[in-house]
Ligand binder design. Structure first.
Ligand code: NAP
Length: 310
């Protein structure tokens, strides 16, 4: 047995990771949570969460995550920055971090979630902070009395668009098909909102402007007719789904063709568990992520006890 090895390392600090931290901390396992590049995960970038059980009026996503973080801390969870670049299975497992450190852990709970997908437009990332964003909650207030566009047709896109109506004078929803993927309740809210203008069967060809000065608009293309037009906007919010954060376990755990973990909560590597969006491209809800975080923690606890490590 390695002396310096952690009993439990939780990789990721979204809802799944924090729930795993609450449970393993309450089991006296003193989990170390590696918070990663996006502490708090996707939910900390959301505005109101209306469907997490127990909150009659909903709860702000950031507040929910902060509450969970402190709840785990109360029972002895510890937090560190750092992104895991490689998981090397063994006894104990080794985790190579981007800051050069290597950690050892008897059990590992992978809760690294998924990160915003980008459309692949020329120079798109150079416009971050200059008019292009993947987070309306973070950046929406910069667009008071201005015009913005949102790309996507799912719940995220409509949530972003509806949130942006608090600030912007016009919100242009650009979607590549003629019907939305979003839930009916979100569709109704968006259709009822006069500030939201829908551009159906439309793709963004390019961002108009220079990154240094900020964008001035978008070049749109009608996918059916091929016609192009320039839309003048001051901000462009991208909401076209997510890519799972599984690069660090490539070749170690089974992944599907989109990169999601094709493993159970108990993975095929002894002592390695997985929870949340990193292994779920179907439900992707805060409450399902929390449920999986709990399951992963209980499984880790049992595994450590059975291995006389816990
Ligand atoms: P999503 O449901 O996968 O929707 C992604 C949208 O982006 C789709 O409309 C898709 O078009 C479009 N898209 C994908 N790639 C594109 C590209 N390269 N160029 C242009 N458009 C592209 O993702 P999401 O909206 O992030 O939602 C993820 C999950 O979280 C869902 O289960 C959702 O219900 C849930 N969620 C729930 C809430 C809520 O309940 N309030 C809020 C946010 C998210 P197509 O439709 O043509 O495929």
């Amino acid at each position: 047995m390695s002396e310096g090895a952690e009993k439990v390392v939780v990789i990721g600090s979204g809802i799944a990771g924090l729930t795993a931290a609450i449970y393993t901390a309450r089991a006296n396992l003193s989990p170390l949570v590696l918070e990663g590049d996006e502490p708090g995960g996707q939910l900390s970038l959301t505005s109101e969460v209306e469907n997490y059980p127990g909150f009659i009026e909903g709860i702000n996503g950031f507040d929910l995550v902060q509450n969970m973080r402190q709840q785990a801390e109360r029972f002895g969870a510890r937090y560190e920055g750092g992104r895991v670049e490689r998981l090397i299975p063994g006894t104990p497992h080794r985790l190579e971090l981007d800051d050069g450190r290597t950690l050892e852990a008897h059990s590992v709970i992978i809760a690294t979630g998924a990160t915003a997908r980008w459309p692949g437009l020329p120079r798109e990332r150079e416009y971050i902070g200059h008019g292009v964003s993947t987070c309306a909650t973070c950046d929406g207030a910069f667009y008071r009395d201005l015009k913005v566009a949102v790309l996507g047709g799912g719940d995220s896109a409509l949530e972003e668009a509806l949130f942006l109506t608090r600030f912007a004078t016009e919100v242009h929803l650009i979607h590549r098909r003629d019907s939305l993927r979003a839930s009916k309740i979100m569709q109704k809210r968006a259709f009822d909102e006069p500030k939201i203008k829908f551009h159906w069967n439309t793709a963004v060809e390019s961002i108009v402007g220079e990154p240094e000065e900020g964008l001035t608009g978008l070049r749109l293309k009608d996918i059916v007719t091929g016609e192009q037009e320039d839309l003048q906007v001051d901000g462009f919010f991208i909401a076209i789904g997510h890519v799972p954060n599984t690069q660090f376990v490539q070749g170690v755990l089974d992944l599907d063709d989109q990169g999601y973990l094709k493993e159970g909560i108990v993975t095929h590597v002894a002592g390695v568990f997985a929870a949340g969006d990193v292994r779920d491209h179907v439900y992707r809800q805060a409450v399902t992520a929390a449920g999986m975080g709990c399951q992963a923690a209980l499984e880790a606890e049992r595994w450590l006890a059975a291995s006389s490590l816990g």
